[in-house]
Design a protein around this ligand. Structure first.
Ligand code: AHR
Length: 654
């Protein structure tokens, strides 16, 4: 038996070897081969609050634990009591019903020295010269007269901004002042100092750059959103990932706790705080300042379809595997129905009115909703059935995304595909975090999927280097190139692969738990990885229909180290083809265009490096970046020399 298996493997290996070595000297692009329509939103974004992607990242709040709601209420804060100052710092309970449970009381017993609190932000705090920072907080005088506050930005002894706040009263009031930084600096501290003898209650101490994305108060980091916008993404999946499930049910993402006023949003531990023992992040919590309203708003800003994923009543099966009995699932199902109403309902509906109260009376036009993330087993199917019935009977047009579990193959994957196919599921979410070799070898993964079965959402993927040990260098060209090769297979099969997104999206260089990631940042800057540029090449050159590109009469997915796909863009009246050369040598080809072209030149966008281990960094953010050039079309032939390890996109006018 063993010998038969070995012989079989040997035969397959030899066949693959022969196949992969077939020489290619020319490509043929059939300009009249308009095939299936490509989903207009095919290439999108997967956002998860992992790696400090939300608080400390995209969400521009600079103060960590701004409202003293972490279980350790002074985490992130340091008491300042210098030069003879005497006093105490306490946290006290609010007596109202809001989710904002605690506030800080500063009791100052004399007028000597310096007394207050400082906050060092998320793995540091950074400011830019002449930029304004908006400070807001709630305060009231509990005891004493003539108390005032001083807000400062300081780098060691160097004070970069200094503002006095007078007029404090005995009632809780909100205060807003602007601090202007005198210089650009990282590792800055924010200080709030109490002046005068007495007791001051203070809470929700929040500091944001004035210059956020679209200038919104409590907004998002402009530099990061700009990179996302530049990708012209088709959809935005949120809020993850495993964060949807939670390590237990209590820790699942509950969207209703993330909308409305900040005092009603609560604070919760982020599951990535404790997920990996080697990357523990004890200060990782969710303020939900970036909540579901803001996700919808961001999707709208980006021109992307919103794609929320909700808990199906099963906590992460790698962790607690806590499960909601089927007869107690109502609350979870209702969350899904209410979310659809929140997104799409008129302002007369209960949840539509909440959306309107937040400043968006128009609906968000939600089309997709995901039920569960990386769940598996019959328990998932039973719960998915309940959601499906409820969602479809209320909203028959809503497209439901189902999960196929955490792996792209194996028993659980096969089981879920079988069950979901039998139920005529619409979109199945597949995840693959695999080696670059896997990506190269899987470019034909979808060639033989059942055309009448469910469609695929390649919802999380990234090539993980098996040799690179430095996490920040895992986003190297080897990984990005293999993703590009694989993505030609997604594009060739765009009739079945409707949506695709790289994952995860964002990571703080000093606060990550998971690598590789598409975009890295610190508190001052951001950089896009080679993987980002590959994703962007596909998302900004998509086409409306599949088309044929062949060599030796066949599609190209690894033969001679080459990968290719083609699309027609009906709106731009262009044919777009992508050719990936994974060889270490330059390769010369004639690309024959069968059909009528307009003009004498094609646009050629090239992404390339001679070295597979090249990665970007904050200091060197653009070693690999697209180069656009023009190439002549002679008698319907484009003569090209494709550089080693290159991704090439050609656009030809029809
Ligand atoms: O992208 C990181 C994690 O990978 C996601 O949270 C999860 O869905 C997957 O396992």
């Amino acid at each position: 038996m063993k010998r038969i298996t070995f012989s079989l493997l040997l035969a397959i290996g030899i066949c693959w070897g022969v196949y992969a070595q077939q020489k290619i000297s020319a490509f043929e692009v059939d300009l009249k081969s308009k095939g299936a329509s490509i989903a207009p939103d095919m290439w999108g974004l997967f956002f998860e609050d992992i790696n400090f992607a939300a608080d400390g990242g995209l969400y521009a709040e600079m103060i960590k634990n701004y409202s003293f709601e972490f279980p350790s209420p002074f985490m992130g804060w340091q008491r300042i009591q210098e030069q003879g100052a005497m006093g105490y710092h306490y946290t006290k309970p609010h007596l109202d019903e809001s989710k904002n449970k605690k506030f800080l009381q500063m009791q100052r017993l004399n007028e000597e020295g310096v007394f207050g609190m400082s906050n060092a932000g998320f793995r540091g705090m950074a400011v830019k010269a002449n930029a304004n920072y908006r400070l807001t907080f709630l305060a009231r005088i509990a005891k004493g007269e003539n108390l005032s506050l001083k807000a400062q930005l300081a780098k060691g002894r160097n004070i970069l901004a200094d503002v006095n706040i007078e007029g404090l009263t005995r009632d809780w009031q909100e205060y807003e002042v602007m601090l202007t930084a005198s210089e650009t600096a990282d590792q800055v501290n924010f200080r709030i100092l109490l002046e005068g003898e007495g007791e001051l209650d203070i809470d929700m101490i929040s500091l944001f750059p004035e210059d956020t994305w679209k200038g919104r108060k409590r907004g998002l980091r402009k530099d990061i959103v700009q990179l996302l916008a530049d990708m012209n993404p088709g959809f935005l999946r949120f809020p993850g990932g495993c964060i949807v499930e939670g390590f237990d049910l209590e820790n699942r993402y509950q969207w209703k706790n993330t909308i409305g006023e900040m005092k009603d949003r609560g604070t919760m531990i982020n599951r990535w705080n404790i997920e990996f023992a080697h990357r523990n992040a004890p200060d990782y919590f969710q303020s939900f300042g970036l909540g579901f309203f803001e996700y919808f708003q961001l999707a709208e800003d980006l021109g992307a379809e919103p794609l929320p994923i909700l808990s199906c009543g099963l906590a992460c099966q790698y962790n607690s595997g806590e499960i909601v009995p089927l007869d107690m699932l109502d609350e979870y199902v209702q969350d899904a129905l209410d979310l659809i109403e929140f997104a799409n309902g008129s302002v007369e509906t209960a949840w539509g009115a909440k959306r309107a109260a937040m400043g968006h009376p128009e609906p968000f036009d939600l089309k997709y909703i995901g039920v569960g993330n990386e769940n598996w087993g019959p328990q998932y199917i039973e719960r998915a059935d309940v959601f499906e019935k409820a969602i479809k009977s209320a909203y028959p047009d809503m497209i439901i995304v189902s999960t196929s579990g955490p792996s792209p193959d194996g028993h659980e994957f096969d089981y879920l595909w079988k069950e979901l196919t039998a139920r005529k599921a619409e979109l199945i979410d597949e995840h693959y975090y695999k080696s670059p070799e896997w990506f190269l070898e899987s470019a034909r993964r979808y060639d033989n999927y059942d055309r009448n079965g469910p469609k695929v959402f390649a919802g999380e993927y990234a090539a993980h280097s098996t040799t690179e040990k430095d996490a920040l260098k895992k986003n190297n060209w080897e990984a990005a190139l293999s993703e590009a090769a694989f993505m030609t297979g997604l594009e060739r099969n765009a009739d079945i692969v409707r949506l695709a997104s790289y994952a995860p999206l964002l990571a703080h260089v000093d606060g990550w738990q998971w690598a590789p990631d598409m975009i890295w940042f610190d508190n001052l800057g951001v950089y896009a990885t080679p993987n980002y540029y590959v994703q962007k090449l596909f998302s900004t050159n998509p086409g409306t229909h599949t088309a044929k590109i062949t060599a030796n009469g066949n599609s190209v997915a690894g033969e001679d180290g080459m990968y290719a796909s083609a699309t027609i863009d009906e709106k731009a009246k262009e044919i777009i083809f992508k050719i990936v050369n994974t060889n270490a040598e330059m390769r010369a080809f004639d690309i024959k265009l069968s059909g009528n072209v307009k003009g004498k030149n094609a646009t050629w966008i090239e992404l390339q490096s001679n070295q597979l281990d090249v990665a970007h960094s904050l200091k060197e953010p653009k070693k690999i970046a697209p180069v656009e050039k023009s190439v002549e079309i002679q008698k319907r032939v484009v003569k090209t020399e494709l550089k080693p390890y290159s991704v090439n996109v050609f656009r030809v006018k029809l």
